[in-house]
Design a protein around this ligand. Structure first.
Ligand SMILES: [Zn+2]
Length: 173
């Protein structure tokens, strides 16, 4: 078991050696993730596991956790969330190869050196798992559910009474 996480790796060689890694990517290196959130509050804890499946495909298992601050889209206040992602990838050289992958794997694009940018892969996976419109739990949010109803829905009493309308028509000369 290695404690230092590789930033890039040749996944085929790693799979042949059945390499496993557990460690952290430093928050300051997660610049791609930092652009997508209010702040990155912890290092990215990550477990990587390389292997070969029964179809002889190279498989990269990723399990990553990070603390992030997002901005609530309801009350505009920041709040902290723990994001945990888990996924299986298989390296590909092209879009055509990616389309041929079994559905249980996500494609991980190899660069010109036959390596994968592991940090970018982990960051992208975290970014994809972020809520599109992050909001607090309703008990923590400063804007209540009731305030979310835009405009006024007329209550029973505000609606004109149909009989009153009829009566007013009758009374017209
Ligand atoms: Zn809120």
């Amino acid at each position: 078991m290695e404690n230092r996480l590789p930033l890039t790796i040749d996944p085929i060689k790693a799979a042949q050696k059945r390499l496993d890694y557990i460690g952290e990517f430093l928050a300051k290196n997660a610049s791609r993730l930092a652009e997508s959130v209010d702040s990155v509050n912890s290092n990215i804890e990550c477990a990587l596991s390389f292997g070969i499946d029964q179809q002889r495909l190279c498989v990269i298992k990723i399990d990553a956790k990070v603390l992030l601050t997002l901005v609530c889209q309801r009350c505009q206040k920041p709040f902290e969330v723990c994001i945990h992602v888990k996924n299986k990838f298989s390296p590909v050289k092209s879009d055509a190869q990616a389309e041929d992958l079994p559905e249980c794997y996500e494609p991980a694009l190899l660069n010109e050196f036959g390596e994968i940018d592991i940090l970018a892969l982990v960051e992208d996976e975290i970014i994809l798992s972020l809520p599109i419109a992050p909001v607090h739990d309703s008990q923590h949010c400063e804007v209540s559910e009731a305030d979310m109803v835009f405009g006024e829905i007329p209550t029973e009493d505000d609606r004109p009474n149909p009989f009153a309308i009829l009566a007013s028509l009758k009374n017209k000369p």
